[in-house]
Design a binder for this molecule. Structure first.
Ligand SMILES: Nc1nc2c(c(=O)[nH]1)N[C@H]1C(S)=C(S)[C@@H](COP(=O)(O)O)O[C@H]1N2
Ligand SMILES: [Mo]
Length: 249
């Protein structure tokens, strides 16, 4: 089974979403609930009525295999990845490269990353397919902290975020990157970011749809030219402002 789901390509004529279900949120949830009920029946031998809230709070979910538990965290999140398996975080070998058009490129170890000053914020997370999670508590490194460290050159106009998950990449303009509520998150809801949610680091930009919030960060590169991210190559807007971008959210 897949570790996660993929969001669908955007576009005028497309009407299916992850798992081939309709993208409109209501139908989407019903389809998902029915899927979960079927799985729960298979694992526990008991059929659970397909009401999403009851399923998510049902103790049966703790009996699900771990990859499925990751898929259905039970708090409104849906776990997405574009390649199996999820990347693995090893604190001893993990490196974050921050480089490109900068005076002082760095490759940071996990110890160095944890030593950087951090900030906390609570923000709402919106996926472009229509689901939202309120009150997510993030702890992480503010982008000005990283900029002070590497000192981008004047020619740097965009910032590219490469995931440890090979094909997944996205980009922000420098202006977007330096918005006050953007961070490189180290913690989520009071603990380390889980593997499914992008351990050990994910980009957080609450003003933009989820697909900009790259999980399993491997590198941050300052560049001169714009380039389309994974979902943008598949039709989603490059500027993914919540409420002002294409998609269904
Ligand atoms: N590496 C990577 N980052 C990613 C994705 C992905 O598939 N791979 N999906 C994006 C999308 S579309 C959303 S909505 C969020 C979902 O976050 P979650 O999987 O932690 O719920 O992650 C974003 N970051
Ligand atoms: Mo998303």
């Amino acid at each position: 089974m897949s570790d996660g789901e993929q969001i669908p390509p955007a576009g005028g004529d497309q009407d299916t979403g992850p798992d081939g279900l309709p993208t409109r949120p209501r139908e989407f949830r019903i389809g998902r609930a029915a899927f979960l009920a079927t799985v729960a029946a298979g694992v526990g031998g008991i059929f659970v009525a397909p009401a999403l809230s009851r399923i998510f709070s049902n103790p049966l979910s703790s009996l699900l295999p771990s990859s499925l538990g990751d898929l259905l965290p039970g708090n409104g999140w849906r776990i997405y990845n574009v390649q199996d398996p999820f990347p693995t975080f090893n604190p001893a070998t993990y490196r974050l490269t921050v480089a490109g058009l900068v005076e002082r490129p760095v490759t940071l170890t996990w110890n160095q990353i944890t030593a950087l000053p951090g900030a906390v914020q609570t923000s709402t997370f919106h996926c472009v397919t229509g689901w939202t999670v309120d009150g997510v508590r993030w702890e992480g490194i503010r982008t000005h902290t990283l900029m002070d460290l590497v000192k981008p050159l004047p020619s740097a106009k965009f910032v590219t975020f490469q995931s440890m998950e090979g094909p997944y990449v996205d980009q922000l303009s420098i202006e977007q990157f330096t918005l006050p509520d953007v961070m490189i998150a180290r913690q989520m809801d009071g603990g380390p970011i889980s593997r499914a949610h992008g351990a050990p680091l994910r980009l957080v930009i609450p003003d933009m749809y989820g697909y900009k919030n790259v999980k399993w960060l491997a590198s941050i590169t300052f560049v001169a030219k714009a380039s389309a991210g994974f979902w943008e190559q598949r039709g989603y807007d490059i500027d993914a402002w919540v409420g002002r971008s294409n998609g269904y959210g």
